[in-house]
Design a protein around this ligand. Sequence first.
Ligand code: 2M8
Length: 504
Amino acid sequence: MSALPPAQPYIPAQRSRTAHTPVTAAQLRRAARRVLLRNWTGASTVPSRALYPHQWSWDSAFVAIGLRHLSAARAQRELETLLAAQWGDGRVPHIVFNPSVPPGAYFPGPDFWRSPAAGAGTGAPARTQTSGIVQPPVHALAAWLVHRADPAASRRRGFLRRVYPKLVAWHRYLTDHRDLGGHGLVSVVHPWEPGMDNSPAWDVPLSRVEPADPASFHRADLDHGAAADRPTDLDYARYVRLASDYRDHGYRDGDAPHPFAVEDPGVNALLIASEHALAEIAAEVAADPAPGRTVPAPDPDAHRARAARLTGALVARLWDTRSGMFLCRDVRAGGHGGRGEPIRERSVAGLVPLVVPGLPPEVVRALLETLGGAHFGLGGPVRLVPSYDLLGRAFDPRRYWRGPAWFNVNWLLERGLRQYGHEARADSLRAAVLAHAASSGFAEYVDPHTGAGHGAREFSWTAALALDLLSGGVRARPGDRTAVRAGARARVRPEALVRGAALR
Ligand code: 2M8
C-alpha cells in the first residue's frame, strides 16, 4: 500500500471551508490532497463527510481518477472496494454502506434498502449493505486511467485481471436487464440513477409517480443542506416511492413495474466511453495473462463492436437536430409498450456524449455550437457549463442539478473537447474548473453566473478532478508511451493556468 497517512475515523463533520483559498497550482494540489486524505475511510472515499458519509458508485470512479496521482494502489483499492459489493446479476450498487456510520446519518439508509434480504434473488451480497439502484458506468474508464498511472505496479498486482470480468458483468447487466425501450439503449429507473437527481428533465416522467407518505420517512439531507438548494419534499416522496416499489419487487427488473424509465444520453455515453476503455483493458489483459491461464483471452474487438452498436443507437434514438444536442427519452410516455417520447428539456446530459469517440462530424459540430450558444453560454455569460438550460423554464442557479455547474460534468466535457481537437476551448474550461474549485473550497457545485459555491464543501470528486487536471490528466512515467503522449497533448502549464484564472 502507499505511504499515505492512514484513514480518518468516522467523524460526523460540520460544514467546513478551506481556511485559505489556494491560488497557485502547488497550493491547490496540496489542498486537494488534504481533502482526499480526510475523506478516505480506510477502504474508500466518502463524497462528503457530512452530507454523504458512505461510498457512492460514480463518485468513487471520479475519485479514483484523481487519487491515482497520489497513490495508484489507493486508487485501485477505491474501485475494488466498490466492485466487491457487486451483485450476482452484475449490477454495481449506487451506494455501499459503511457499517460504522450511525443509521440516521443518511436517508435512505440500509434499513430502507434491506439489500441482503430483498435482493437475495438477484444476488445482493449477504454481508454488505448496499442500495439496489445503480449510477452511471464510469468505472471501466476509471480503471483504465488508474492502470495507466502506474502500469508496472498495476501489472504486478494483477489489477486489471481482477477487475476486468467484474466490469464486463456490470456492462452486461445494463445492456441485458435495462434495455426497457427495446432499442439497444440503457434505461434508468430512478432519478438518482443518472446521478443528476433533480434535473428538470425528470419533471414529467416523475409526475406520474404516486408520492410516498411524507410521514413515512425523514429527510437526513435537510439536516446538512439548505432546503432552497435541495429537491422539494414532493419530489423526494416520489423518489422514495420508486425505490421502495423496486425493493418490494426484489429488485428484479423483469418483475418491477418501473413506472419511471428514461433513456439518458449521459448514462449511455458513459457506457460507450467505458466500453472503449474495456477494449483497452481486454488488450492489456490478453497481453499479460495470469500464470497458467486456461480461459480464452479477452477479445478487444468484441468491446469495440458493442461500443459501435451503442453509439449507433444513441444517435438514432436520442439525437435531436432541432436542439443541436441529445435529449432524454421518456420510455413510458404513452404507456407501457409504446414508442416513448423525447423529453424537450435541455439537460447537460445531452452534451455529455462529447466523450464518445467517433460521433458523426455534424453531431460534433452542433454539440460545440450548443455548448457556446445561448442555452449553455460557455465562453459567454458563464465559464463553467451549467447543468441545465440557462434560458429554461426551470433554471435555478442554486438548486440541485437544475442549473448549477458540477465539476464532474465539466471534467467530462473538457475531455470531450480535447478528444475532438478543440484544445484552446478545453484549456479555458480546464482553467475555469481549477479556478472555481479553488475559490469555492472544493464545493459540490457552483452558481454558473457568479461562481459562488453551494452544497457540500471539501467535496471529494471536485478535489480529485482538480488534481487530475493539474496533472494533465495522466502521470507520465518513463516507458509509458501512451501516458507521455497524452500528457504532451494536454499541454500542461498548471502554474500559469491557476494564477491567471483564479478568483475572477
Ligand atoms: C447526489 O445524490 C444523492 C443520491 O444518490 C443524494 O442526493 O442524496 C447526486 O449529486 C449524485 O450524483 C452523487 O453521486 C451523490 C453523492 O455525491 O449525491
